[in-house]
Each structure stands twice: as C-alpha cells, then as structure tokens.
Design a protein around this ligand. Structure first.
Ligand SMILES: C[S@@+](CC[C@H](N)C(=O)[O-])C[C@H]1O[C@@H](n2cnc3c(N)ncnc32)[C@H](O)[C@@H]1O
Length: 389
C-alpha cells in the first residue's frame, strides 16, 4: 500500500465527512511524496484519517475519495467495487443490452465510466488516478465480464484538466466498427469507436420509453442523434419528423429506421433553431414534440446565455403543439438545475399564451444513479408537459 499522505483543511474534511467525494486543490495543505495518479491516505490537519483517495497533481479536483474506511485499496478492492456496480444492474439486461455498467462517482468509482454495448465494453478513465490503473482495470473487466472487446473513449475534453492526452482505441480483444444493441425493443446500430459519447446516449434510455407512453399523432423529434426518441415513438405515432445538424448522426438514424422497419419516420439534416422557426412560420402543428439539445450551459457563467437558447426552443415547440399535445423537454446541463428549467418552461408557456401541465419530472436512466452528497452526479432533467389549451 502506498505510504503517500495528503493533508487537507478542516473545510475539505467536513466536505468528505458530509458525503462528497471531491476535495479541491484549495483545501489541500500538504501533499509530500504524493505522485499524480496515486492512491493516497488523506488526513485532516490534526492528523486524523479521513479517506483513501486518488490524487491528481493537475486538476482543481485534487482528490477523489475511494473509501472513508482505513482499508487497503488494491486489486481485490477494485474487483469488488466493479462487481458490486454490475450487481446493482441485475435484471437490466431484460430491458436493454446497452447500459452504463459503472457510473463514476455515482457508483463510488470516481472518474471511471464503463458502458456495455452487447458484448463490447467501453471505458473512460477521466482522472490521473484511473488512467494510472487502466491496465489493471481492463484485466478485471475481462476477468469479470468476459467481453469480446474493451475499447477506450478517452477522447473527451475533461481529460485535459488532468494533463491527460485524448485517445480512443481498442484495449483488448477484437472490436467491431459497429454493432447492434436493443433498447426496449428498438434496434440500434452503434459505433463504440466513432461518433458521439461512447456510442449512444444511454442516459436517455428510460426517457425514450416514457415518451412513447404519451406520444401520438404527428411527432417532431429535435436533436435526434441516432434516432433514439424517434424510433421509440414511431409505433405510437402517425408520423415522426426527426432533426439533427450532424450528417453522420442523420445517416446512422436513417439506417436505424430501416433496421426497425420504421417507414413513418423522416430525418432531416438541419439546424434545429432554423427548422423550428421555419416550421412555425409555415403554420405546422404537432401532437408530440421532443427537445433533447446538447448541453448549452457548460459552466455556471454560461447559464444565462444557455437559458435563452433553451427558452427559444421551448417557446417555439409550445406554440406548435395542438391542444392536448405533449412536450418532452430535456437539459443535460448540470448547471441548468430543475428549478431553473421549470421556471424557463413556465416563462415559455406564458410567452406562448398556452396553459401547460407538468405530467412527469424525470432524470437520467437508473444505470446512472445519483449519489446523495454529490450533486454533480445529477445532470439530466427531462420534463414531460401537456398543453392543456
Ligand atoms: C443530447 S444529443 C441527442 C440525443 C438523442 N436525442 C438521444 O436520445 O439519443 C444532442 C444532439 O443534438 C445535435 N445538435 C447539436 N446542435 C444542434 C443544432 N443546432 N441543430 C440540430 N442538432 C443539433 C447533435 O448532433 C446531437 O446529436
């Protein structure tokens, strides 16, 4: 076990004792002998043990707590945590064969993400600590889950904050360029080594299904990506018009529509902001509208500007819904909190002169569990609203 110790302030220790897993650099008092990427013992200024944590010598998040028990954190410890995380997903494979197996802080495995796409595992090591352990983590994943391949999608910007390079590639086995997964009966081709995220927006899986329960008539799916909402809605609606700005996403979505025999879905490669304006100007009406934009607010400073974008699309959607129509509206910005988002929907409803009911307030799928004490683990908000009149 490493002998390295990091001393933190009382404020930092209180934060950890309150349940958070992060200690910021401003709360580190001394880190003698601690190397970036190592597992260290964390003590308060009186020398009392606080936790064992991953140490980063670059990020503002200097420590990510692994355990508040004074226990050895070795191969066996990681194996047990991975097994426990997978165990909490038991039964999920009856609904889908693509889901998040390990959700970093949410599963007490900070800065580690493992997504399962059928028999391929996709790994993200987002701190110096998990990057350092990558080889061992791949071995454990192979031992525990016997996948056909393990690939890394470490081509994400947050790694730069840790001084880590961007990289994507095969770490083990033979990874196909594309493979098929099934989510609640919808077949999707995903490319774990290409495209956005680790292949798909797994966090929206349960919301695709929830939207289907309300969907009917003529539907509009804005920001469709590979068609997740559109194809889930297709069976319940007369027609679905699905929009995305990415040519690659639209091509993939069209292939997915074919795969599912969904002939009533039309995909258009457009900027949603322009398309909503044009559809509204042309007097088009819908009974179901989905809004699932990318994160407009990347940080606290951009919340006001982001709010204008969210409000604009929600306002236009509410104007185009028939009475009784349903809006499924999402934000995946952590900084756009649910109260702020509801406020914005309320302003959009008022500007559109529509009476709107909130029928469901939802979040990310349950394979992305929110850890109490770590608010950053809750980022996705999905509101289902009905236009009453
Ligand atoms: C959060 S993802 C959508 C995920 C998808 N709805 C699902 O459930 O799988 C956001 C999508 O918006 C697209 N996008 C970003 N800006 C856009 C814009 N201005 N107009 C249209 N699509 C845009 C991206 O290409 C991306 O596919």
């Amino acid at each position: 076990m490493s002998r390295a110790q990091v001393t933190i302030t009382r404020r930092g220790a209180e934060r950890v004792r309150g349940g958070h897993l992060w200690v910021y650099r401003s709360d580190v008092r001394g880190a003698e002998g601690a190397e970036g990427g190592s597992v260290v013992a964390v003590r308060d200024e009186r020398g009392r043990f606080v936790a064992r944590a991953l140490y980063s010598d670059r990020s503002e998040i200097a420590l990510r707590v692994l355990t508040t028990r004074d226990e050895e954190v070795g191969r066996e410890w990681w194996h047990a945590r991975l097994r426990a995380s997978a165990g909490r997903r038991a039964g999920l494979e009856r609904e889908a064969d693509a889901f998040r197996l390990v959700y970093s802080e949410g599963d007490l495995l900070p800065s580690l993400i493992v997504d399962r796409y059928a028999d391929v595992l996709v790994l993200q090591t987002l701190s110096q600590g998990t990057e350092e352990l990558k080889g061992m983590l791949v071995e454990l994943l192979v031992e525990e889950f016997a996948p056909r391949a393990v690939v890394e999608r470490n081509d994400v910007r947050v790694r730069a904050l840790e001084g880590l390079p961007s990289s994507a590639g095969v770490l083990y086995g033979d990874a196909p360029a594309e493979l098929e997964v099934v989510q609640h009966g919808v077949r999707l081709r995903v490319a774990p080594l290409g495209g956005q995220k680790t292949g798909a927006f797994l966090d929206q899986r349960e919301n695709h299904l929830a939207a289907r329960r309300y969907a009917r008539g003529r539907a509009l799916d804005c920001f469709t990506f590979n068609g997740g909402f559109a194809l889930s809605l297709a069976g319940a609606c007369e027609s679905v018009l699905a929009l995305d700005i990415s040519a690659e996403a639209v091509a993939a979505a069209r292939r997915n529509a074919e795969l599912n025999g969904a002939s009533n879905v039309e995909f258009r490669e457009v900027n949603v902001f322009d398309a909503l304006h044009e559809l509204e100007a042309a007097g088009e009406r819908f009974q179901t509208i989905i809004l699932d934009p990318p994160a407009f607010a990347k940080n606290r400073a951009s919340v006001a500007a982001a709010a204008r974008g969210y409000k604009e699309i929600n306002l236009r959607a509410l104007k185009m819904l028939e009475p009784g129509g349903v809006l499924v509206t999402c934000t995946c910005s952590y900084h756009m909190t649910e109260p702020l988002f509801l406020e914005l929907i309320s302003e959009a409803a008022s500007d559109a002169r529509r009476r709107v009911q909130i029928v469901e307030r939802r979040t990310q799928a349950r394979d992305h569990p929110v850890l109490v004490g770590v608010p950053e683990t809750l980022y996705l908000k999905c509101v289902i609203a009905r236009v009453v009149e």
